[in-house]
Design a protein around this ligand. Structure first.
Ligand SMILES: Cc1cc2nc3c(=O)[nH]c(=O)nc-3n(C[C@H](O)[C@H](O)[C@H](O)COP(=O)(O)OP(=O)(O)OC[C@H]3O[C@@H](n4cnc5c(N)ncnc54)[C@H](O)[C@@H]3O)c2cc1C
Length: 368
């Protein structure tokens, strides 16, 4: 039986799902609301389980020349003194390497994995489940029917809303800042400088560039009009590599993060993947990994069920939910350490940070 499958959204999760389905022998349509010319600007950190999932999707070879490998994560206090360091190469040994690369490069790799077959400028406007099939209305008014629709349309998912899978995106209260800096100080490690309810993370991303991800917890403040000025206010007095990086910084993007927590990820022939199903704050950099794993497992379960969609979706969720819950719980746990005043937190992290932070990833080392 040839299943008619639609993937809504060509972000990381949509392209991974489309690739996972292709590897499993299906040929989904993929639509994306944005034009093809839109290219993501920032970098992305992919820990070992993300690159393992890319291997399972058969996309590790094109990934290998890109960006920069990360062997250590170093945690500093605000004055630039080391609290502890994590040997990420050892943590993910036998799983996969950890890598920082540009999002645009990752997007290109994922796109080659689906043979470039994405219909851009094509928004899904409405969706109805009729007699077990999904009737989809596109932005231009055209209508098509599918046996399976995969909502990979991000944390503010339209598909989730249309099928009534409930639970909107809940703000985490964090404002996040991202920048790519050229000509900064030499940096070989992923390096986080921890402040009070804020952090400044810098990582080498290849080509002499540094990817900066910084955040602050500020649930009631509006996004700053001048994000670079705000970063200087927050982190200008820090030690370590921070001042030299801030000196070279030009463009900063600003956003908010959300959590998505749902009772169910599917309804009839519609299933959610990636941020649409289980977004978290990006503290552990697991959004990409969870999306790749979703794509791989969904494809495998559809193949195993020989086209029985309800069985495949049930097993998919059974396999994926515990892992995504683990990421959410560990993310919340890590984020709680942000609220402890540095005078208490930093001595504790010097003693036990390595164990605590390594434990956040332990549950993700096991097979997908
Ligand atoms: C600041 C920040 C830093 C992060 N850093 C990392 C990191 O270092 N490592 C990591 O692994 N993860 C990181 N993440 C998380 C990661 O970016 C996400 O988990 C991942 O991108 C999820 O992608 P997605 O495809 O589910 O959603 P999205 O990237 O939001 O993609 C959804 C796509 O669907 C399209 N779309 C939406 N509605 C429709 C519609 N109705 N019809 C058609 N198309 C539609 C959108 O245009 C979009 O292209 C970070 C997240 C943030 C916010």
């Amino acid at each position: 039986m040839t299943l008619r499958i639609l993937v809504v959204g060509a972000g990381v999760a949509g392209l991974a799902a489309a690739r996972g389905l292709r590897v499993a022998g299906f040929r989904p349509d993929v639509v994306e609301a944005l034009p093809a010319t839109m290219s993501p600007g920032a970098g992305i950190y992919l820990p070992g389980n993300a690159t393992r999932a890319m291997r399972l999707l058969g996309l590790d070879v094109p990934l290998r020349p890109l960006g920069e490998l990360i062997f250590r994560q170093v945690f500093l206090d605000a004055r630039g003194r080391q609290l502890f360091e994590m040997d990420v190469a050892a943590l993910w040994a036998g799983v996969g390497e950890s890598r920082v690369l540009s999002r645009a490069d990752l997007q290109r790799v994922l796109l080659t994995g689906v043979g470039g077959e994405v219909r851009y400028d094509t928004e899904v406007r409405d969706l109805e489940i009729i007699d077990g099939a999904a009737k989809v209305e596109f932005g231009n008014g055209s209508i098509a029917e599918y046996d399976l629709v995969i909502g990979a349309d991000g944390r503010r998912s339209t598909i989730r809303e249309k099928v009534g899978l409930g639970g909107g995106a809940v703000p985490t209260g964090q404002i996040v800042y991202r920048s790519v800096v050229s000509g900064g100080p030499p940096l070989t490690d992923w390096t986080a400088s921890l402040g009070r309810r804020s952090q400044f993370v810098a990582m080498p991303m290849g080509g002499g560039k540094i990817y900066v991800y910084a955040d602050e917890t500020a649930p009631d403040s509006p996004n700053p009009d001048d994000p670079l000025k705000r970063l200087q206010e927050l982190f200008g007095s820090y030690g370590g590599p921070v001042p030299a990086i801030l000196d070279r910084m030009e463009k900063v993007s600003v956003a908010r993060t959300d959590e998505v927590v749902l009772d169910a990820w599917s309804k009839g022939p519609v299933v959610l993947v990636g941020d649409a199903a289980h977004a978290t704050a990006p503290t552990l950099a697991q959004g990409g990994a969870m999306s790749f794993e979703d794509g791989y497992v969904l494809g495998q379960e559809l193949r195993k069920s020989e086209g029985d969609i309800s069985v495949a979706l049930r097993v998919f969720e059974d396999r994926r939910r515990p892992r995504c819950t683990e990421v959410r719980e560990r993310t919340r746990e890590r984020d709680r350490t942000r609220d402890v005043p540095p005078s208490l937190r930093d001595p504790m992290l010097r003693r036990r940070g390595l164990r605590i932070f390594t434990d956040h990833y332990r549950g993700l080392v096991s097979q997908v």
